[in-house]
Design a protein. Structure first.
Length: 648
């Protein structure tokens, strides 16, 4: 059952109760009543019209139908004839002998219910076959329908009130709704619901060309943070010519739910010395981190004579800004910096400090995948990468702070015989970072794998010692996937395992978007689980694979509990989908996606999924290049997944 605004009080109800209570509320509110065999749902933003052929639902410009066609036992279903609907108050009913179907309109959505008066003959699960629209996907026991709607909250009970196992399956454009009715007392009641799944489209209040809103996203509870770094790549040719170092926008869940989300703040760097502000963001409780990395510079490695705050100006060492919520306002509290001095051999300039950020409790992690820089004339053999740890002092964040610990790889092995590219030449530790409690994860997608220029990549795990984070530290464990060496799609690019990372408890997920040969798709997600006795060098436990035609799965990844979300992002030819993976009942195993979040934009190179975030059942997907004439303003979409998994 999906969530609705707190003013209805429905979000606190058990799954099985939410639909019936919503139906009862709709009975008393004429807004939800049937008029001319049609209903309107103002809170969920759709309309529905009923006929003998089923129900036709309209959400925005999308229109589709749902119809019950067969009923019986699994393997022995019989076709139902067409019957005329009967309307009363907010309810429309169909009668098929022992089977009755009804639709009830209410604040939580359009509840579809079934009542079966007597036990059907035969053996096997009690089953109903429904025709659903093309493009419907099954995610976490819920159907994702066109128009941002979802068919969720499936529950079944017998006459004695006992909950019966109920589940959904899809086959050939039809959905099979099944019930295990062994020992059930009849009549049996089944209650799913149609509700709004895609809840919000996030745009900046002062949007402008070149913002690239959605390059980074974060979500925690009722707050969503979206980065607009002012450049598709910090310092790239697409950066704005005018001084505009980027911004971050904060959105808050409205009083009536996510659909009425409002922008509550726009964050910028107070010192104006940011380059790509918003390239990375992280959110935890009352703290927001904003990364402002800078590009490398061959001609001006130490930034002499350049102007910080001008995207594209070389030599900016990068910074991370800390914002805290005080008296309902987000206030810049601290600026985190790397403390190396720019010299002839090594420098802080251009290391990409802030390329990735993560936070857990009082610990902040910052990735600098281009550090350290070794200057040899105008050639930079660079990019082994470093990860910096900042621990909030007892007195609070100071105005400016240097790291308390520097994490490095003990075995960096990148390829260094070419002139520097924008992505660097080394293993690039810190290209992605994540943290959970005392465990830090850092991707190094350029890790050398032997054989020419191949870079299968790796993931380094750092576990905090009992005495706390030391001044410097090598990895506790290194995670690899030997199969990636055989699946490199672009052997000259450091775009492989570790391009994205996520951690939840004892599980780590890492993206390798450049692998190929997975059922006609490219990219993969590798899943690692902590062994008994703690993390040590290991290969993957499970492989999450893309569907046919997907390109670049693993470009971005986020994880919460047992749910993983991944976007194709900039590596896809026309990325339009984010994929959802749900851990199977008996633990992680190699699998294809359990669901998809399709782009509401449609076709076009919008980079839908360039960034992703998840908190509970809330998923945020960044779209930094779309959908505008110049394709550089950007947006983000918020989706709401059902919190009730299928049983079966």
């Amino acid at each position: 059952m999906g969530r609705v605004g707190p003013e209805t009080g429905l979000s606190s109800l058990p799954v099985a109760a939410m639909g019936p209570v919503s139906s009862l509320l709709g009975t008393d509110d004429a807004t939800y009543h049937v008029r001319g065999l049609a209903v309107r749902n103002p809170l969920q933003h759709f309309t529905a019209r009923f006929s003998a052929s089923g129900v036709a639902i309209t959400a925005g410009s999308t229109r589709f139908g749902i119809a019950v066609e067969e009923f019986g036992r699994s393997g022995s279903l019989h076709r139902l004839g067409r019957v005329a609907p009967v309307a009363s108050a907010n309810r429309v009913s169909y009668r098929f002998g022992a089977l009755s179907e009804y639709w009830a309109n209410g604040p939580a959505g359009l509840e579809q219910g079934f009542s079966i008066t007597s036990r059907p003959a035969g053996i096997g699960a009690l089953s109903l076959s429904m025709k659903v629209p093309a493009g419907t996907r099954l995610v976490r026991g819920s159907l994702l329908l066109p128009g941002g709607l979802g068919y969720t909250g499936l529950s079944a009970r017998d006459a004695g009130g006992r909950a019966l196992p109920a589940w959904l399956a899809m086959s050939g454009g039809r959905t099979l709704l099944s019930i295990d009715d062994r020992g059930a007392r009849y009549p049996v009641r089944i209650d799913p619901i149609v509700e709004q799944v895609e809840q919000a489209k996030l745009t900046a209040s002062d949007k402008a060309a070149g913002d690239f809103l959605g390059s980074s996203v974060a979500v925690s509870g009722n707050t969503i943070v979206v980065g607009a770094p002012g450049s598709y790549w910090p310092g790239s040719p697409t950066a704005k010519a005018t001084k505009n170092p980027g911004a971050v926008y904060v959105f808050q869940k409205g009083a009536s739910g996510w659909a009425n989300m409002t922008q509550t703040a726009k964050l910028t760097a107070s010192d104006g010395a940011a380059n790509g502000f918003g390239w990375s963001v992280a959110l935890a409780g009352n703290t927001i981190l904003v990364g402002a990395p800078s590009p490398q510079s061959v001609t001006d490695p130490c930034g002499s004579g350049t102007s910080e705050g001008n995207p594209g100006a070389p030599g900016d060492p990068g910074a991370v800004y800390v914002f805290t919520l005080k008296a309902a306002r987000w206030v810049e509290t601290s600026k985190l910096v790397e403390d190396d001095n720019c010299t002839a051999e090594m420098g802080a300039a251009g290391i990409g400090f802030g390329w990735s950020v993560a936070i857990s409790g009082n610990t902040v992690v910052v990735g600098a995948p281009f550090a350290p820089i070794l200057v040899q004339g105008n050639v930079f053999p660079t990019g082994d990468g470093e990860v910096y740890v900042f621990v909030k002092p007892a007195a609070g964040w100071p105005a400016q702070m240097t790291p308390s610990s520097i994490l490095t790889a003990s075995n960096p092995s990148g390829f260094r015989n070419r002139v520097v590219s924008p992505e660097g030449e080394g293993v690039q530790l810190g290209w992605s970072v994540a943290i959970s409690g005392s465990t830090i994860v850092a991707g190094e997608p350029g890790q050398y794998g032997g054989g020419g220029y191949t870079a299968p990549g790796a993931v380094d795990v750092f576990v905090r010692p009992a005495s706390g984070w030391p001044a410097s530290m090598h990895q506790t464990a290194q995670l690899i996937n030997t199969s990636t060496l055989a699946h490199i799609a672009n052997p000259y690019g450091p775009v492989s395992l570790g391009y994205s990372v996520a951690i939840s408890g004892a599980t780590i997920v890492a993206g390798a978007p450049n692998t190929v040969d997975h059922n006609g798709g490219s990219g993969e997600l590798d899943v690692y689980t902590e062994p008994v006795g703690g993390w040590h060098n290991a290969t993957q436990k499970a492989l999450l694979m893309p569907p046919a035609g997907s390109t670049g799965l693993g470009f971005a990844v986020a994880m919460d509990a047992d749910t993983v979300v991944s976007g194709e992002g900039g590596l896809g030819s026309n990325p339009q989908t984010a994929y959802v993976f749900q851990m199977p009942a008996h633990g992680w195993a190699s699998t294809a996606p359990t669901g998809e979040l399709a782009s509401p934009i449609g076709t076009g190179n919008t980079d839908f999924g360039d960034s992703v975030a998840i908190s509970g059942s809330t998923v945020v997907v960044g779209v930094p290049r779309g959908p505008t004439a110049n394709g550089t303003i950007g947006i983000a979409y918020m989706f709401h997944l059902s919190s009730a998994p299928a049983v079966g």
